[in-house]
Design a protein. Structure first.
Length: 499
C-alpha cells in the first residue's frame, strides 16, 4: 500500500513473556480474530487498513514502532484480545511496551487501545498506558467513528464517538456511552481480510496434530458465535459485550469461510474460537452438514470448546464426520463442592460419561482443570488431579485460578482485598511472574506449585503415555516426554522454597 493508510491495527506479541520457553515450538500462533473483524468492518466503510501481526512476525516493540512510523496512519489500533478471553490481560505487557515505543518515535500518531481487558478497566488503562484513547466495548464501531472524527479535523470534543474513553483536559477521563453490540455478524463482522495477514506464519497447538506433527501448518482460526450465556465466576469473556449476549453467524457463511481458506491457502487444520461451540443444536448441526457437503471433511482437523452439559451423545458421530477431531471440556474441578462454588454445577458421573462417549465417537478430549478456586484445599486440588488421571484425556490443560479483570472473581478479589498480581504479566498462567489467587486454605505459591507438579505428574503417568503410544504412535509419546522436560521457572515458588 503506497498511500497513507487510515488505520493500522497491531496484534501485540510477547509470546516469550507469556509462555517462557514453551512459546518457541509448542504453543499455537493464531490469526488475530479481532484484528480481522475490526479491519473488515472498517474496510466496508471505506477505510484503508494495514494489520501488523507482531506475534506472528516475531517483531519486538521497537520494530513495531518503526513499521507504524513508516506507514504513518491516521490512527493506530492496539488490539489486545488474545486468542482466548483470559489472554487479553496477559497481553497488556507487550501492548503497553509497543504503545510506548510508537509514542517515542511518532508521538503525533494517535493510538486507541481495544480489547477485553481494556473494556473491563477502561479508565485505568487510559491512565496507565501511553495511548490517546481507550475503548469500552467490542471496538469496530468505536474505531471507525473515531477515524471519522479525526479525519474531520478533531475540532470538537469526541463526545459522539460511541464507546470512546478519552481525556478531557489533563486530569479528567470521560467514558462515552457504549456502542450497541453489532447484531448482523455476517454483514458487519465477517473478518474476510485474510489477505492482510501473514498466512504462512500460523501454526496449530502441538496436541492438535498428535500423530502428524507436520500438519500444524497451514492453520487458521475462525468463529461461529460471539459471547457466552453462562456466568462462570472465573471467566471474563463477556467483558467487551456488557452483557451475557450470545450471537451466532450464519452456518452458510461459516462453511463458506472454511472452503475459502481450504482452497486459497490449503488450510486443513482449524480452531473454532467460540467460547462455547457445542451449544445450539440447530446451529452446530447446520455447520456440520455444510462441512460434510463440501466433500473433503475427512481431511479436516477442527478443535472446539464445549461444556459437559451441552454435548449430546446423539450429535457426536456427525461432529466427527464433519472434521471435529478435538473437543475441549471445562471440567475445572474434581470436587463437587468447589465446582458449585465456581457456578459450574456438574455431576461426577456426567463428566465421566460424556468424556467416554466423546472418545468412543473417535473425538479426542482436552480436559481443562483449575486449581485454587475459592473453596479449594490441598485435598480438593488432589481430587481434581485424580479425576484428570482417571479420565485420562488425550490432552489436559492445568490452570491456576486467576481473578481476570472482567470476571466475577476479579470483582470479589477487589471487594475483599485479596492479593492480586503486581503487574499484568502475573496474570499469565505460564509466566515467571505468575501469581494466582490464594484460597482460604492455600497460599498463591502453594496453588501454583501444585499446578506445576500436577502437569508433570499427569504427562509422566505410565497409563497416559501408554494410551498416547497406542492412539498416536511412539513418536508422539516421545514428543510428550520431551515436552514434559520443560520446567517453568516461577518467582513466588522460588521465594517459597527460599524461606
Amino acid at each position: 500500500m503506497s498511500q497513507r493508510p487510515d488505520l493500522v491495527l497491531v496484534n501485540p506479541g510477547g509470546r516469550e513473556r507469556i509462555y517462557q520457553q514453551l512459546g518457541n515450538e509448542l504453543t499455537a500462533i493464531e490469526p488475530p480474530l479481532w484484528c480481522r473483524l475490526i479491519a473488515g468492518y472498517a474496510i466496508d466503510r471505506g477505510k484503508s487498513v494495514v494489520i501488523v501481526d507482531s506475534e506472528a512476525e516475531g517483531m519486538g516493540p521497537a520494530s513495531v514502532a518503526e513499521r507504524v512510523k513508516a506507514l504513518n496512519p491516521v490512527l493506530v489500533g492496539m488490539v489486545v484480545f488474545g486468542h482466548q478471553p483470559s489472554a487479553s490481560t496477559q497481553q497488556m505487557v507487550a501492548a503497553g511496551e509497543s504503545c510506548a515505543a510508537i509514542k517515542a518515535v511518532a508521538p503525533e500518531i494517535p493510538i486507541i487501545i481495544v480489547g477485553g481487558h481494556v473494556s473491563a478497566l477502561p479508565e485505568r488503562t487510559l491512565a496507565e498506558e501511553q495511548v490517546d484513547f481507550a475503548c469500552k466495548g467490542e471496538g469496530p464501531a468505536t474505531v471507525v467513528q473515531l477515524l471519522d472524527w479525526l479525519e474531520l479535523g478533531a475540532e470538537t470534543d469526541p463526545t459522539e464517538v460511541a464507546g470512546l474513553v478519552w481525556r478531557d483536559g489533563e486530569d479528567e477521563i470521560r467514558v462515552n456511552m457504549s456502542a450497541p453490540l453489532i447484531s448482523d455478524l455476517d454483514a458487519d463482522l465477517h473478518g474476510n481480510v485474510w489477505h492482510l495477514l501473514p498466512m504462512e506464519k500460523y501454526r496449530a497447538h502441538n496436541w492438535q496434530c498428535f500423530g502428524d506433527l507436520g500438519a500444524r501448518m497451514p492453520y487458521a482460526s475462525i468463529y461461529t458465535s460471539l459471547g457466552c450465556p453462562y456466568k462462570c465466576s472465573f471467566c471474563c469473556i463477556n467483558a467487551p459485550f456488557d452483557a451475557n449476549r450470545y450471537r451466532m453467524r450464519s452456518p452458510v457463511q461459516v462453511v463458506a469461510e472454511v472452503d475459502r481458506l481450504y482452497r486459497t491457502y490449503g488450510v486443513k487444520t482449524f480452531k473454532i474460537i467460540d467460547e462455547m461451540f457445542v451449544l445450539n443444536d440447530r446451529h452446530v448441526t447446520a455447520i456440520c452438514d455444510g462441512l460434510i457437503e463440501l466433500g473433503y471433511s475427512d481431511e479436516l482437523n477442527f478443535w472446539a470448546y464445549a461444556r459437559v452439559d451441552t454435548v449430546k451423545p446423539a450429535m457426536l458421530a456427525k461432529l466427527r464426520k464433519a472434521g471435529i477431531r478435538w473437543l475441549a471440556l471445562g471440567i475445572e474441578s474434581g470436587s463437587k463442592h468447589v465446582r458449585d462454588g465456581a457456578d459450574k454445577a456438574l455431576k461426577y458421573e456426567d463428566i465421566v460419561g460424556i468424556v467416554r462417549d466423546i472418545q468412543k465417537a473417535g473425538i479426542c478430549v482436552i480436559g481443562n482443570y483449575i486449581f485454587g478456586l475459592p473453596d479449594d484445599t490441598v485435598a480438593t486440588m488432589r481430587e481434581t488431579l485424580d479425576l484428570a488421571k482417571e479420565l485420562n484425556c488425550e490432552f489436559a490443560n492445568f490452570y491456576s485460578a486467576m481473578a481476570y479483570p472482567g470476571s466475577g472473581l476479579y470483582t470479589q478479589a477487589v471487594e475483599n482485598g485479596w492479593a492480586l498480581p503486581d503487574g499484568w504479566a502475573g496474570f499469565s498462567q505460564h509466566s515467571y511472574d505468575c501469581k494466582p489467587l490464594p484460597t482460604e486454605h492455600c497460599s498463591a505459591a502453594q496453588v501454583l506449585k501444585f499446578r506445576d507438579d500436577a502437569f508433570h505428574e499427569y504427562f509422566a503417568d505410565p497409563r497416559y503415555l501408554g494410551m498416547v503410544a497406542q492412539r498416536f504412535g511412539w513418536d508422539t509419546r516421545k514428543h510428550i516426554e520431551d515436552m514434559a522436560e520443560h520446567r517453568l521457572a516461577r518467582k513466588i515458588v522460588e521465594e517459597m522454597g527460599a524461606k
